[in-house]
Design a protein around this ligand. Structure first.
Ligand SMILES: [Zn+2]
Length: 406
């Protein structure tokens, strides 16, 4: 079976996750696809296939002959789709031999994917493109990853001559709400390292992400009747604005790209008496990341001195770290990926993720896990798409990749 055929089956399952939910997994409907994946893995001949009560599907592809002593390699993709856009009743359409023109997704609703707005569409010219009907997302993020890994499993299990180490397959729920790595049972998994197949373009490979922290600035002001406030009032709202004005103006998400870090004011609230400013801090460089946190602390210290009392308090907490620090000890994870991509005719480049990934969390839990693309584009919305050929290509890349670990 080709990867896109599986993909079309998987996207018929609504697996939207839900941030407000307290259950594990966050939505019960994800378990329906999990059951199906468990069934399929078992039927293909994978070993030790289980669906854990956390909603994670685990399975093992035994090593090819001669590679039994090689460390086990994990391949991971997530089953859920983003809460940002509906994932129910997806009606995919295949445009054969896409010619590069604007795509009318839905004539009635006037929904059009314009190439001028989505130049990535040019990378699909001549391919068989799978699009939505404009009312839902497509689910390539990350059911394409699931389908590509599953198709690889089928190949390896039906052709014993293909070299590979023991593969630990893992399909996770709730990635889109940041909980995909919460319940991974690393002992059960028993892999030395791995890859997530959860990116977009197949020529982008990522083994770096942000270091991340949150900073909550609490400000205590002094309230007074406005008619008698002279020399008495300390307006916490204005003090908050003063604090913000001391952060470097261009170190903001809207002015930065590539390896540039930032402070981002995410929320503010308050009265004259008290105010709160909530920031997130991001930087790929560990050194600059630490400096940013120190800078926040120094502004607090400076303003407290200026006001003569402990008016400002900063609560700074690390959220996640750059996987590079962990991955760089396993150079073969990076080199093998680039080689497999090159041998498959793809001129790939390293892209530093401007966010966090489940792979980053897993890397810091002891499972170094860079991220490969799936071939999809415009994720999390109605313009999401992928092509039949890119999914075939990525499956081929995975086949070459696992051979390098044998
Ligand atoms: Zn994803």
């Amino acid at each position: 079976m080709r990867a896109y055929e599986r993909f079309l089956k998987y996207i018929s399952y609504d697996t939207q996750s839900e941030a407000e939910s307290k259950t594990v997994p966050s939505t019960e409907k994800q378990l329906k696809l999990a059951e199906e994946l468990k069934r399929e893995l078992t039927e293909l001949g994978a070993e030790d296939v289980i669906l854990a009560d956390t909603g994670i599907v685990y399975g093992v592809i035994p090593a090819s002959s001669g590679a039994e002593d090689r460390p086990a390699l994990c391949l991971n993709a997530h089953m859920d789709t983003a809460p940002a856009s509906s994932g129910s009743n997806i009606k995919p359409r295949i445009i054969n031999n896409y010619d590069g023109s604007d795509i009318v997704l839905n004539e009635e609703l006037g929904i059009v994917t314009r190439v001028s707005e989505y130049p990535v569409m040019n990378s699909y010219i001549g391919e068989d493109l799978i699009v939505t009907d404009g009312t839902t997302l497509l689910g390539a993020d990350d059911k394409a990853g699931v389908a590509e890994i599953m198709t690889l499993c089928e190949r390896l299990l039906s052709d014993k001559s293909l070299p590979h180490p023991k593969l630990k397959i893992m399909f996770t729920p709730d990635e889109e709400i940041g909980r995909g790595a919460d319940n991974v049972d690393y002992k059960r998994l028993g892999a030395a390292y791995g890859y997530t197949v959860d990116g977009e373009a197949i020529d982008e490979f990522s083994y770096e992400n942000f270091n991340a922290a949150s900073a909550v600035i609490s400000i205590s002001g002094i309230s007074a009747h406005t008619g008698a406030a002279k020399g008495v009032m300390k307006n916490a709202l204005l003090m908050g604005m003063e604090f913000n004005s001391m952060l470097p103006e261009f170190d903001r998400p809207e002015y930065t790209e590539g390896y540039e870090g930032f402070y981002h004011l995410d929320n503010m609230s308050g009265t004259v008496e008290s105010a709160k400013l909530e920031y997130i801090i991001r930087d790929h460089s560990k050194e600059k990341f630490e400096k940013r946190k120190e800078y926040i602390a120094s502004v607090v210290e400076f303003l407290n001195k200026k006001y003569g009392y402990d008016a400002f308090k900063a609560e700074i907490k690390d959220t996640y770290y750059n996987m590079l620090e962990k991955v760089s000890d396993y150079r073969e994870l990076i080199d093998n990926a680039f080689e497999a991509l090159r041998e498959s005719g793809i001129d790939a480049k390293a892209v530093a993720t401007r966010g966090g990934t489940d792979g980053a969390r897993m890397s810091w839990e002891g499972l170094p896990c860079p991220n490969l693309g799936t071939g999809g584009a415009n994720c999390h919305g109605r313009h999401e798409c992928i092509s039949v050929q890119k999914m075939d290509k990525m499956t081929e890349v995975l086949e070459r990749l696992v051979a390098k670990f044998a």
